[in-house]
Design a protein around this ligand. Structure first.
Ligand code: GUN
Length: 297
């Protein structure tokens, strides 16, 4: 029987642990973790994601604030808002939802966030610290969620060959960095493959653990995975489906039914990596509040 790695169940487990930590931070240290989300514009998907992040934070006693700015907001105005949040002692984590409107330089905004509040882990200081393994840093939420899923489902990547398909700054690159770290959840031998990899199937078939973050619906087929491998599907894609009431269905980058037959373990979409991203954002916010009061909860 193929093991189904449920991000939903693992999220529930981690959120229960975080609730405990929030409670200790409040009672023993007098600090309530605080998260600020910043949404520029009215993209429905971004609105939905930011709403889910705030709701999840509040559900575990994290103070959360959402700043919603018009699409026409200037870069200077947004930088001013970030600066204000940097100086707000009630806020331990700042998340500026991406993508930003075209007239705003995303890199400049990310670099304006105080690295000690960079719970998304996108600031170059966070990226550098993850790469070098030095100092305090926050790991980007989606790849951190992938690592938690592997460890908690009994598939410690140590010593294994992990193939990461995808080289984005948000998932592929940090996933590789986390998996090769000298730390729990790391110590893997990592290969990064991507859309320009020659004979992708030949590479993916060498994986003990395959992490797929290509953003292409159902690209990984049964013939592309090794018998007995572990497959984590980071993709979330909407594809037209007239048989559904909504006219679409959500699927991953992996052709689930085919790959499930070969794999020893696989994460589904939905209910896989998706819920973990928000959970790791909450974990980073709680960690940041802990660091601010010198606690190691
Ligand atoms: N847009 C899509 N994913 C993310 C994320 O993890 N963080 C932020 N800030 N924006 C996103």
């Amino acid at each position: 029987m193929t093991q189904i790695i449920s991000g939903r169940d693992i999220s529930t487990e981690i959120r229960a642990e975080l609730r405990e930590k929030v409670s200790v931070l409040k009672s023993d240290y007098g600090v309530t973790p605080g998260l600020a989300t910043v949404l520029v514009g009215s993209d429905p998907a971004s609105q939905m994601y930011v709403g889910m992040k705030n709701k999840a934070a509040q559900a575990m006693g994290i103070h959360s604030e959402q700043l919603t700015l018009e699409t026409e907001t200037s870069e200077e105005e947004l930088l001013g808002a970030v600066e204000e949040l940097n100086g707000n002692p009630e806020i331990h984590g700042i998340l500026v939802q991406l993508p930003l409107p075209d007239h705003i330089d995303e890199a400049r905004v990310i670099e304006a966030i105080d690295p000690s509040k960079d719970v998304d882990g996108f600031h170059p200081i966070s990226v550098g610290r993850l790469a070098t393994g030095s100092g305090d840093y926050f790991a980007p939420c989606t790849p951190a969620g992938v690592v938690e899923m592997l460890v908690r489902s009994g598939h410690d990547p140590a010593g294994k060959h992990v193939v990461v398909v995808g080289r984005s700054n948000i998932v592929g690159k940090p996933a590789a960095a986390l998996l090769m770290r000298k730390a729990v959840g790391g110590n893997a031998t990592v290969t990064i493959a991507h859309s320009r990899t020659k004979d992708l199937a030949a590479v993916t078939r060498t994986a003990d653990i395959l992490v797929v973050a290509m953003g292409r619906p159902e690209m990984i087929t049964g013939d592309m995975v090794a018998e007995g491998s572990v497959v984590i599907d980071v993709g979330t894609n909407r594809v037209d489906d007239e048989t559904r009431e909504k006219g679409y269905r959500v699927c991953g980058d992996v052709l689930f039914d085919e790959v499930k037959v070969k794999a020893a373990a696989i994460s589904p979409v939905p209910g896989g990596v998706g819920p973990m991203t928000i959970t790791m954002l909450l974990a980073n916010t709680v960690k940041s509040a802990g660091i601010s009061v010198g606690s190691v909860v």
